[in-house]
Design a protein around this ligand. Sequence first.
Ligand SMILES: [Cu+2]
Length: 213
Amino acid sequence: MIAVGLIIWVLMGLLTPGTPEGVVNYVGSSAPGQPVNLTIQTVGSMGVGDRPTWVSYLARTPQGQWVHDTTWQLPANTLINVTVYQYDSGSPLRNQQYGQVTGTIGNSETVNGKTIHAFNSYDGAGVGHTFTVPALGISVPLLGSPAANLCGVAPCQPKWPHNLIHFSFKTPAKTGEYHWQCFVPCAAGWLYGNGGPMSTQGFMGGFLDVVQQ
Ligand SMILES: [Cu+2]
């Protein structure tokens, strides 16, 4: 009976989408109550792995290693200082609403040192991606890099053209799994830019796993 249960458990693990994906743990990366640094990057294509053409987010562990994981464990009720290296190109948004910065401290972000509260995506290189956590009212447009996607293989290094974006937000006191995703239909080659990486955990979406510190 135990053996049967074990086999079912193993099969469930293999069949449940997203289960094999790792979780990057930021809890304990700074003293309790102190801000936590979350450093991520967005790339136009992975260049490696089983989906080399797919657009993606990556994250840097507190130990400094870039990993292809989009579930991030964060302490509750804590200020999160986010740094984004945005290596991808952009385009005008279909929904201008996503040009607004919402839910961050000051409802703002800085892009290459300049503070903005909203971005007209018909300007410059448009918007490449958003970082959006619907349940927390957070949405940040990640402006497109004018000279984009020159890095080739992820993780990209800062020597390649990018936009450097900073914003901060506070995790809720209530623990739980908060889904985040990009709302730019950025999946080139897919119908209307959706599907593929847009609908796959580990690429254009993931979870904030908010836990007690
Ligand atoms: Cu995207």
